[in-house]
Design a protein around this ligand. Structure first.
Ligand SMILES: CC(=O)[C@@H](O)[C@H](O)COP(=O)(O)O
Ligand SMILES: NCC(=O)COP(=O)(O)O
Length: 242
């Protein structure tokens, strides 16, 4: 039987709400505990260089509070590399970062940045951290991930999520084709960004995808139905699509 599609819950935006008042509430660690209790398969946290949501100390606390694997999203900088090597998350997903962006606007240019990424990927792998590259679903970027020796890629689904009609169908085919190509080349494909109850199922139906990372929408829904309910509904939709 095919393995169940894993759901990694990105808890960044619990920290966004906390930081709006500068205090301790709501605590992303409590969110991580709820995700664990409700059967989520992992926690994703993006330690941005500007610390707009997750803070350094959250990483220690998340790792202490739950046994779920932590997927640390990070820019390929010396500072972030040093933090990853100190905290040793289960996985490190290298993402592009722009200080002025509202959210991660696209995939990492793994092809153009090969020389900058190669030592970062190598040092993470040497430390036993599973490296993932957050890329667009394109042959050029997938080929670059292969050359870098990344065991995992996460396809940025933002374009898919924002598109409609034939444009969305084209984006979906692109992600499905690249997921198949990644798996054929021994890379585990994941996907995430902008996924919602309404758009998750066609992505979840792509058989080679092993994991989806979903955050902003779940935290938004949690305002209305609680995090537990939001994660359960997303989980059910993903299962139904397989
Ligand atoms: C890389 C990615 O897609 C997530 O980290 C998500 O973007 C987090 O939220 P922000 O982009 O709003 O920081
Ligand atoms: N890597 C994508 C992620 O972690 C979640 O993105 P979003 O659901 O917050 O858009």
């Amino acid at each position: 039987m095919a393995e169940r599609l894993r759901l990694g819950v990105n808890i960044d935006h619990v920290a966004t709400i906390r930081n709006a008042r500068g205090g301790d509430h709501p605590d992303p660690v409590r969110a991580a505990e709820i995700v664990a209790a409700v059967g989520g398969n992992g926690i994703t946290a993006h330690l941005r260089e500007d610390r707009r949501h997750i803070r350094d100390e959250d990483l220690v606390r998340i790792q202490a509070a739950t046994e779920l694997p932590l997927n640390l999203e990070m820019a390929a900088t010396e500072e972030m590399l040093e933090i990853a090597l100190r905290h040793r998350p289960h996985a490190a997903c290298i993402v592009p970062e722009k200080r002025e962006e509202r959210t991660t606007e696209g995939g990492l240019d793994a092809a153009g940045l090969h020389n900058q990424l190669a030592p970062v990927v190598a040092r993470l792998l040497d430390a036993g951290i599973r490296v993932s590259l957050f890329i667009e679903a394109s042959e050029r970027q997938l080929d670059a991930a292969l050359r870098l020796g990344a065991p995992v890629v996460e396809f940025h689904t933002g374009e898919y999520a924002h598109a409609t009609g034939e444009d969305r169908a084209r984006e979906l085919r692109r992600i499905a084709d690249m997921a198949a190509l990644a798996a054929k080349n021994g890379i585990e494909p994941h996907a995430g960004h902008g996924l919602t109850y309404d758009n998750v199922q066609p992505i979840a139906a792509i058989p080679q995808l092993a994991e989806l990372n979903i955050g902003h929408y779940l935290v938004g829904e949690a305002v209305f139905v609680g995090l537990e309910g939001a994660v359960r509904t997303m989980r059910d939709l993903m299962d139904e699509a397989r």
